[in-house]
Design a protein around this ligand. Structure first.
Ligand code: DGL
Length: 265
C-alpha cells in the first residue's frame, strides 16, 4: 500500500523554498506540505522567548493536522532557537537548518568567512558553538539583516528590487574590521539563497556563497530511504497561517516548486 504521509517544510515565509527545491529534486515522488508562518513573519526581528513559545506549539498543531512522516524546519532562526524543544515535543524525525559554517570553513582560502543571517540568528550561542567547533582557525564575522529577508519575499512576488540594497547589506559584513579578507559567505537564512544571484552581482569582488540546502536534502533522502511513496507523482500544497501575505502574487513562484494547492491554515 502506498504511504500518503507528506514531508512538512516549515519557515516564516518563502525562505524554506531554497531547501525544498533540492529536496524535491532528490525525492520527486514525495508529497510536500510547505507551511509559511505568515501570521508570525518575520522571525528574525523577534525575541528568543517569542520564537521559543511560538514554533514548538505551531509545529505540534501542524503535525496533528497533516500527519507528516518528517518535518524540515527550513528556517535558521527557528532551528537555532527551538530545534531541541521541537524534537523533545514531537515523536517524529525533525531536520533542522543551521548555518553552514562547517562547509564554509572547509573551502575558505583566506580563512575569513562571513555569516549573513537574521538579527536573531547571528546572536545565537548555536552560532558561537558552530564557530568554535568548525572554524576556530578562521576570522568569522557576522551580520544580521531583516532587509534581505524582505528583498527575497519581494522578488518571489515578482517585484523588481534595487541592486544597491544588496550592496548595502553586503557592506554591513565586508566593512567590518577584517571584512576585506572574506572570500566565503554563509547564507545563514533560508531566504538568502533565493537572492544569491543578486548578492553575487552586488559583491565588490568574487565571493563564494554557501548554504546547507543540498546537505539537508541528502539527510531527508537518507531518513526516508526504503519508505513507500504515493503512486501518483508527488503533490505539493502551500499553507499560510494568516496575516497579510499577498499569497496570490506568490502563486507563480510556488508553482515552480510544485506547490499548486494554496490554502490557509
Ligand atoms: N527564513 C528564516 C531563516 O532562515 C527567517 C526569516 C525571517 O522571518 O526573518 O532564518
Amino acid at each position: 500500500m502506498s504511504d500518503m504521509r507528506p514531508i512538512l517544510f516549515f519557515d516564516s515565509g518563502v525562505g524554506g523554498l531554497s531547501v525544498l527545491g533540492p529536496t524535491r529534486a532528490l525525492l520527486p515522488a514525495a508529497p510536500f506540505v510547505y507551511v509559511a508562518d505568515s501570521a508570525g513573519f518575520p522571525y528574525g526581528t523577534k525575541s528568543e522567548a517569542e520564537i521559543a513559545a511560538r514554533v514548538p506549539a505551531l509545529l505540534g498543531r501542524l503535525a496533528e493536522r497533516y500527519r507528516p512522516r518528517l518535518i524540515v524546519i527550513a528556517c535558521n532562526t527557528a532551528s537555532t532557537i527551538a530545534l531541541a524543544a521541537v524534537r523533545a515535543a514531537l515523536d517524529l524525525p525533525i531536520v533542522g537548518t543551521v548555518p553552514a559554517i562547517k562547509p564554509a570553513a572547509a573551502i575558505s582560502v583566506t580563512r575569513a568567512i562571513g555569516v549573513l543571517g537574521t538579527k536573531a540568528t547571528v546572536r545565537q550561542p548555536y552560532v558561537d558553538d558552530l564557530t568554535a567547533r568548525f572554524a576556530s582557525d578562521c576570522l568569522v564575522l557576522r551580520h544580521g539583516s531583516a532587509e534581505l529577508v524582505e528583498l527575497a519575499e519581494a522578488k518571489l512576488r515578482g517585484t523588481a528590487t534595487d541592486p544597491a540594497r544588496y550592496a548595502a547589506v553586503l557592506d554591513g559584513l565586508l566593512s567590518q574590521p577584517g571584512g576585506e579578507r572574506i572570500d566565503t559567505i554563509v547564507n545563514a537564512c533560508t531566504h538568502f539563497p533565493l537572492v544569491e544571484a543578486e548578492l553575487t552581482a552586488a559583491a565588490p569582488r568574487a565571493i563564494r556563497f554557501v548554504d546547507g540546502s543540498a546537505g539537508i536534502a541528502r539527510r531527508v533522502a537518507t531518513l526516508t530511504q526504503g519508505q513507500e511513496w504515493p503512486d501518483a507523482a508527488g503533490e505539493g500544497r502551500a499553507v499560510f497561517t494568516g496575516g497579510n501575505a499577498d499569497i496570490a502574487a506568490l502563486a507563480p513562484a510556488l508553482a515552480r516548486y510544485g506547490l499548486n494547492r494554496l490554502e490557509p491554515l
